[in-house]
Design a protein around this ligand. Structure first.
Ligand SMILES: *Cc1c(COP(=O)(O)O)cnc(C)c1O
Length: 389
């Protein structure tokens, strides 16, 4: 066997042995709720399509119309000829939603973070990252060449300890965190992190992948902390997120001040050297934002379902549509997932390195079109797996 194949085969065998090999399962999604896998229909609690907008007729029509008028691809980087007219519309909408001067749309959320972070910090700088932050924040931090320090999850004292010890030795500093933690569903203490950032002159980046559309009246986790009367309370200068979860399509974004956005559009490598998002994705996102603005009650439903679920199982109250059921060993999490699948539910097991060692889990994600009965039936099926850790 060529050494390349031997290398790959041995690596796979080791992962198999630890129950950490990943496999693609063909999954046909029908309506944002039901999926077909291996000939079976399953009720999904594993899609991030929190508002089921990936299948919404008006959103699909907007994408189809954009294909008709602008084609299927952007044709080039946005800085060359890929900047079709829909981008300006979407960026104005995102900036208004987030209360910033301007916005920049990227190819994906992953591309956004690996472009944004190295634009603002480099060799002489410090970046603090919450230990449970998403993989693409870590990737951006590594790529930036800055000194990377991890602080304990949502632990302000630990973050401050690092700033006290290291801030003075660095030129610029950044604090980067998920606004809603993707595998835990809890919120970052953004008001306190923003205050810490102000005190130590460390720029706060919050990744709102799982907040936009479903928290803070649809404006995201930055708006989920203050009182409804004072929703602008949290000053997060770098508000990043994705269009691929509650927004239902694909793409990433950053909202910020005009100069921040202008710099990103000039310097972020994943923006400059990657083709613009297809017109259909941009049009779909605009249609989704229209829907969100017009349906303030509907968008509360995922969180409402998550809270009904945590009440039913006596778990800590859900803060977002995501609820983790931590099982521990990877093989046990796979077994629990299979048990639920046997009962007609799709709840995918999440294993290391997506989550820390020995914290493999079921990650349950609720969407608007689940019913109260769906939530109760899932709670009954999950109950035997809760607290077995
Ligand atoms: C999903 C996710 C991303 C990546 O976004 P994509 O648009 O899917 O690339 C980034 N950050 C967090 C917290 C996520 O959950």
């Amino acid at each position: 066997m060529p050494t390349l194949d031997t290398f790959a085969a041995e690596k796979l065998a080791r992962l198999d042995h630890k129950h950490l090999r990943r496999r693609l399962v063909e999954t046909a999604r029908e309506d944002g709720l039901w999926v077909t896998r291996g000939g079976r229909r399953l009720l999904s609690f594993s899609c991030n399509d929190y508002l089921n907008l990936s299948q919404h007729p008006a959103v699909k029509e907007a994408a189809i119309a954009a294909v008709r008028s602008h084609g299927v691809g952007a044709g080039a980087s946005r800085l060359v000829t890929g900047n079709h007219p829909l981008f300006a519309q979407l960026e104005a909408r995102l900036a208004a939603l987030k209360g910033t001067d301007a916005a920049c749309v990227f190819g994906s959320g992953y591309l956004a973070n690996i472009g944004i972070i190295p634009t603002f910090v480099g060799k002489t700088d410090l970046i603090l990252v919450d230990e449970l932050a998403h993989s693409c924040i870590w990737a951006g931090a590594e790529m930036s060449g800055a000194s990377v320090a991890s602080f304990r999850h949502n632990d302000l004292e630990d973050a401050e300890r690092i700033l006290k010890a290291q801030r003075a030795a660095h030129r610029h500093a950044m604090i980067a965190t998920d606004g809603v933690f993707s595998m835990d569903g809890d919120l970052a203490p953004l008001p306190a992190l923003a205050a810490l950032g102000d005190e130590y002159d460390a720029w706060l980046l919050s990744d709102d992948a799982h907040g936009i559309g479903v928290l803070g009246g649809g404006r995201g986790s930055t708006f989920a902390h203050g009182s409804p009367a004072n929703p602008d309370a949290v000053g997060v200068p770098l508000q990043m997120g994705t269009l691929s979860k509650a927004i239902g399509g694909y793409g990433g974004y950053l909202c910020g001040s005009q100069s921040v956005i202008d710099l990103v559009k000039t310097k972020a490598a994943s923006f400059v050297y990657s083709t613009g998002l297809p017109p259909s994705s941009v049009a779909a996102a605009i249609a989704s934002l229209d829907f969100i603005a017009a349906n303030p009650e509907y968008i509360e439903r995922p969180l409402h379902h998550a809270r009904a679920f945590t009440r039913a199982l006596n778990l800590p109250e859900a803060q977002s549509p995501i609820v983790p059921i931590v099982i521990g060993p990877a093989d046990k999490a796979l077994e629990a997932s299979q048990d639920l699948e046997d009962q007609g539910f799709l709840v995918v097991a999440i294993r290391p390195p997506t989550v820390p060692k020995d914290t493999a889990r079921l990650r349950v994600a609720f969407t608007a079109n689940h019913t109260g009965d769906d939530v109760q039936r899932l709670a009954d099926a999950v109950a035997p797996h809760v607290g077995r850790r």
